[in-house]
Structure formats: structure tokens, C-alpha cells
Write a new protein. Structure first.
Length: 119
């Protein structure tokens, strides 16, 4: 799973700091086997964050069954810090930010159902 922190209002040091905090929180989660920082990556073509800074983590979960709990942890982190986090698994992308918690939960649930149907 690739997690990217996207923010147009931060300088590179602030993006790196945000990523460090997210990494620490994920490594405290029992379902995460590893979370490795990647170099800053360019924003995806056509994304709203074309001018934003993106830093990424490569996250390894212990089992697909913990994906829901890990996504909840990422969503909570994004809400608390006012950040956008892009989750990508095998080309399937989920952006976590910019809506209410209830709306975000609906988006997460639909994304998970789509992933389950494709596996």
C-alpha cells in the first residue's frame, strides 16, 4: 500500500514532518508490519495537487483483514492534522480528506467493497 501526504500549503520540511508523524502512528498499529519513507514523489498527472508537495510511505500490512483498521487510523490522522492522504493499492486510489467523517466513511466503505469485488 502506498500512502502519500499531499499539501499545497506546506514547505518540504513540513511535509517530511507530517510523514514522520504518520509513519510513527502506523508503526504503533498492530496490523502494520512495516512503513518505509519514500523520496518525495511528483503528484499524479491531472491531480488537484499538481502544485503541491507529496511525500510517500510504502506500508506493509500483516493481512488484508487489517486494512479497514489501518485505513481508519490513516483517516483519523488526516482529520486531526487537516491533511490529505492518498491511499493506493494496485492502482486503486482513495483520497482521505476534504469531507465530513460520515461522508469519508461512506467513501472508504465503497472503496473497500470495490477492492473486495476485484479480488
Amino acid at each position: 500500500m502506498l500512502l502519500s501526504v499531499v499539501d499545497t500549503g506546506l514547505d518540504p520540511a513540513e511535509v517530511e514532518d507530517a510523514l514522520i508523524h504518520l509513519r510513527r502512528e502506523l508503526l504503533d498499529h498492530s496490523g502494520v508490519a512495516d512503513a518505509r519513507t519514500l523520496s518525495q514523489v511528483p503528484p499524479p498527472a491531472g491531480s488537484k495537487a499538481a502544485d503541491g508537495l507529496i511525500a510517500a510511505l510504502s506500508v506493509t500490512v500483516l493481512h488484508p483483514s487489517v486494512l479497514v483498521a489501518v485505513l481508519e487510523a490513516v483517516r483519523g490522522w488526516a482529520v486531526r492534522r487537516g491533511r490529505t492522504v492518498r491511499v493506493e493499492i494496485d492502482g486503486d486510489v482513495l483520497d482521505l480528506a476534504g469531507v465530513t467523517s460520515a461522508q469519508q466513511q461512506q467513501v472508504i466503505d465503497a472503496w473497500l467493497r470495490r477492492r473486495e469485488a476485484g479480488e
